[in-house]
Structure formats: C-alpha cells, structure tokens
Design a protein around this ligand. Structure first.
Ligand code: NAP
Length: 316
C-alpha cells in the first residue's frame, strides 16, 4: 500500500511524489500521465521549472479520462524568489494556477528563503554572478502566503531550503497564523539531514526529500562528483532485496517518514520508483545508510552565497 504523511493541517500528503525539475515541456505531460497511471497521487512542480503548463496538461488529461479525481491528487508548486515582495505573491500563485489549469494547489512552498530583485529575469545576477536581493524579509512573504490559504487558492503552505535558525525565526514570528506543513530539502545518503529532520519533525513540520537520487541530471554535475545511485554499498543492499539502487534510496526516505519526490521522464523508471512498498530495510541497514553521510550537496545554490538569507552556511 502506498503511504502518506499526515500534515499539521490534518491533510494526508502522499509519501512518494513525482519531481518535475528539468523535465522538458515536451516530455513532462507524458511523465505525469505515466506517474498517475502507476499510482502516484503527488506531483511536485514549481514556476521556475518553466513547465507548469505541460504538467497541468498531464494532470487534466488524467482527470478528464476519469483515471483520477482532482481531490485525490496532491499538487505542489513553489513561489519563486523574484516574487517575494508581498504585493507580488498572490499574482505569482494565480499565474501557477492558470498555467496548471487548476482551481487550487494542495501545497504552495516558498522555494527558498531568499528574495531576488523582481522583474522578468528569474535569476537577476550582479557582475560577480551573485543573486541581487530584493531586500524583503521572508516573514513578510510568509504573511502574503498565509493570505492565499484564506483566499482558498491553496490548501496549505510550506517552506523549502530553510535551515533550522530560519525555521525557528518563522515559528517565533509574532502573529504567525499558519505553521509550515513541510520543509522541502535536499536529502539522500550523502546528505542525510538527521539533525534538520529531527528538528522539523519535533515541531510538527514534515520533511520532503528533494534530489533523493542525488540529482544526476543537474546541469552543473562534474564527472568526479559523488554518485549515490552508483554507490556499491547501496547496490549491495539493492541486490539483497532484488531491487534497484533507486528503489533503496526512495525506500530509505519512506522508512524515516520523509516524503520523497524522485524525478523521471522515463515511464519504466517512473513505475520502478513507485515500487517501494513491498520490501523493508532492516534497522541495521537504515543505520548503515545513515553512515554514508558526507554532507555533500547536489544543489548548493552557489549564486546565493552572499545573500543575507542564504541557508547553507549554518551547521544545519
Ligand atoms: N525545492 C528545491 O529547491 C528543489 C531542488 C531540487 C529538486 N527539487 C524537486 O525534487 C525533484 C527531484 O530532484 P532532482 O530532479 O534534483 O533529482 P533526482 O530525483 O535525485 O534525480 C533525477 C535523475 O535521476 C534519474 N532517474 C530517475 N529514476 C531513476 C531510476 N530508477 N534509475 C536510474 N536513474 C533514475 C532521472 O533520469 P530520467 O528523468 O532521464 O529518467 C534524472 O536524471 C525535482 O525534480 C524537483 O521536483 C526541488
């Protein structure tokens, strides 16, 4: 049986979802359809992936064909950094909804705690290649996101790429109306995130693991970078269960009650990545996998390093 995680709103979020970053517009509609046909009920998208129209086509086709009802799906999108000014948040959400051709999102995340200069550039960079701030405070952006819940545009709101101090700042915000339901962060055996996961879960905030396979198709990958999918120790565990490395990497998150969103545009892999509910890693294997941590990030968001709200220069 596919599992879900109960959010602090009471809603259930399917524990395995389909990632869509880097999924080309010409491929993602079929990927979404293949995922829903395989049993996925959770799709992870974002405005900045520049494919939401095509993601929506896949969702709407499956609803129209009667394969799934809209209420059975859990659709996630994210507020991009150039829309952090309070006055821009609602329009950004409405743009995503109109691209997806949906009336509401199940979850809208603040993609990063960093606000960037508003405008048509998704990555407004200075002469050093560093992101130009818009001077906003993510607490104000959060207030505008809370209004989306009240307006019925989104069922829940959450955060992504927030570190512990930033979450604490948000939770201590005077007049906080809605707590984030999830923090979507990079997580795999080379970045196990034990401290941040345990902090989030202790505060009633679920965790969603992005790049669970180590994001091998990230555009800046170098040949010498570590590869979790090729890790011989992961392969050995996979062999024991007659499973693939990808399935072990996904199962590893499921067993920690961490929601996980592997991306694929390959129908056979989309199916494979969902076949993770028929085996169980032992406690010992879970511990061994946690021991592979090397605090390695696939997504360092290097253009943000000098931003006042860059999240990755604290311990966790
Ligand atoms: N919040 C954020 O800042 C943030 C950042 C990064 C990612 N995300 C989200 O998380 C999702 C997943 O992360 P990701 O896209 O970085 O990387 P990922 O899911 O770790 O890896 C995707 C890559 O793995 C390949 N793959 C998928 N299944 C496989 C299998 N069973 N065997 C072998 N290879 C397989 C895919 O190839 P094919 O597609 O060619 O099959 C693709 O190249 C994203 O798509 C996005 O939705 C969010």
């Amino acid at each position: 049986m596919a599992k879900s995680v109960k959010l602090n709103t009471g809603a259930e979020m399917p524990i395995v979802g389909l990632g869509t970053w880097k999924s080309p517009p010409g491929k993602v509609t079929e990927a979404v359809k293949a995922a829903i046909a395989a049993g996925y009920r959770h799709i992870d998208g974002a405005f900045v992936y520049q494919n939401e129209t095509e993601v929506g086509e896949g969702i709407n086709a499956m609803v129209k064909d009667g394969v799934v009802k809209r209420e059975e799906l859990f659709v996630v999108s994210k507020l991009w950094c150039t829309f952090h000014e309070k006055a821009l948040v609602k329009g950004a959400c409405q743009k995503t909804l109109s691209d997806l051709r949906l009336d509401f999102l199940d979850l809208f995340l603040m993609h990063l705690p960093m606000g960037f200069q508003a405008g048509s550039e998704l990555f407004p960079l200075d002469s050093e290649g560093l992101a130009i701030t818009d001077g906003t405070n993510f607490l104000d952006t959060w207030e505008a996101m809370e209004e989306l819940v009240d307006a019925g545009l989104v069922k829940a709101i959450g955060i992504s790429n927030f570190n512990k101090d930033q979450i604490e700042t948000l939770l201590n915000k005077p007049g906080l109306k809605y707590k984030p339901v999830t923090n979507q962060i990079e997580c795999h055996p080379y970045l196990t995130q034990e401290k941040l996961i345990s902090y989030c879960q202790s505060k009633g905030i679920s965790v969603t693991a992005y790049s669970p396979l180590g994001s091998p198709d990230r555009p800046w990958a170098k040949p010498d970078d570590p590869s979790v999918l090729d890790d011989p120790n992961i392969k050995a565990i996979a062999q024991k269960y007659k499973k693939t490395s990808a399935q072990v990497l996904i199962r590893f998150q499921v067993q920690r009650n961490v929601i996980v969103i592997p991306k694929s545009i390959t129908p056979q892999r989309i199916q494979e990545n969902f076949q993770v509910f028929d085996f169980e890693l032992t406690k010992e294997e879970m511990k061994i996998i946690l021991g592979f941590n090397r605090s390695w990030r696939a997504c360092t968001m290097h253009w943000g390093v000098k931003h006042k709200d860059y999240p990755f220069n604290t311990e966790f």
